[in-house]
Design a protein around this ligand. Structure first.
Ligand code: FES
Length: 311
């Protein structure tokens, strides 16, 4: 049989060169995250043009607060109740037979609410990167496992007319352990990575008008970053009107001054949240919290700003 090495090169050398030239494959967790994030983005319409209502709704833009942590309390409370009812029933099956119905109802309510938590959490997670994304993946997989366990537990209860199933109770206890570990990782996302936290909250509060730029240096329809008492501010001049809001995106800290102006609206360059320049209102998520709003005046040819409102 003829050697197929028609190039005449030493196959060993060729293989070594090829190995060096081929970038190493991303870890499985990264590839899984990429695939899942693309899937979530497609489902919630993340790549559509604004207003991207479904995604913004799931993020909680309409609420002015991330929706996911609001919902998560419901399944956790319901599943803790499930465990308490199950314990009462197991301690005295005949005296506390009513408890098994309570456990059944609580387990089902928990599963239904957890589906809402799953949808909102996956939507928030689709805008994360790096270590934050990895931690979110662990959190999501654990919570998905818990939903499956409680789904099985609920099914076992419904399959028995009396609702009395020791196996269902044991599966539920297992689900509660998984939920507890998953909740730890959820907390880690907030406290370690500031996921869902207002990224402008620690910026200085500019109490008094402060000159930041000469009016002559402020072109129209162009975002301009200035700093007032240490606080980054983005300015936009449209005709006679000058608007100013915090330059840090409240969602994850993106630089709004590097975003895209669209009339009175600025779009964040990181995850495309849209803020109204005249008052900082969030029009499109994933941001949920309004940008800090600044009052603007012109004195002696200088543009001056101060934070609107009080501490
Ligand atoms: S940082 Fe995420 S939308 Fe601005």
């Amino acid at each position: 049989m003829l050697d197929d090495n028609s190039s005449g090169q030493d196959p060993t050398i060729s293989e070594t060169a090829q190995t060096a030239a081929t970038p190493s494959r991303a870890p499985f967790s990264e590839r899984l995250s990429d695939t899942l994030q693309h899937g979530v983005a497609a489902l919630v319409g993340a790549n559509r043009k604004p207003p991207r209502r479904l995604k913004s709704w799931l993020n909680g833009t309409w609420l002015g607060h991330p929706l996911h942590p609001v919902i998560t309390d419901v399944p956790i409370a319901a599943w803790v109740l499930t465990a308490l009812f199950d314990i009462l029933w197991l301690m005295a099956p005949h005296a506390n037979s009513w408890a098994i119905r309570g456990a059944e109802a609580a387990a089902i309510v928990g599963v239904l609410a957890a589906l809402g938590a799953f949808a909102t959490g996956a939507t928030d997670w689709s805008d994360t990167y790096g270590a934050e994304r990895s931690t979110g993946l662990i959190h999501g997989l654990l919570m998905t496992t818990a939903i499956l366990l409680y789904g099985i537990s609920s099914g076992l209860r419904l399959a028995v007319p009396s609702g009395q199933s020791i196996l269902a109770a044991l599966v539920g206890f297992g689900g509660l352990v998984v939920v507890s570990v998953g909740a730890y990782f959820g907390g880690h996302l907030v406290f370690r990575f500031a996921t869902g936290v207002n990224h402008t909250v620690s910026e200085p509060f500019v109490e008094h008008f402060e000159p930041v730029i000469a009016l002559a240096d402020l072109p129209e329809n162009t975002l301009r970053r200035v700093v007032a008492s240490g606080a980054p501010v983005v300015l936009l001049r449209l005709g006679e009107r000058i608007s100013a809001i915090g330059a840090t995106c409240t969602h994850a800290g993106g630089p709004l001054d590097e975003g895209t102006p669209q009339g009175d609206v600025v779009q964040c360059p990181w995850h495309s949240s849209r803020f109204r320049m005249r008052d900082g209102h969030v029009l499109t998520g994933p941001a949920t919290i309004a940008a800090p709003r600044y009052d603007v005046r012109v004195r002696d040819g200088q543009v001056e700003v101060k934070r609107n409102g009080s501490h």
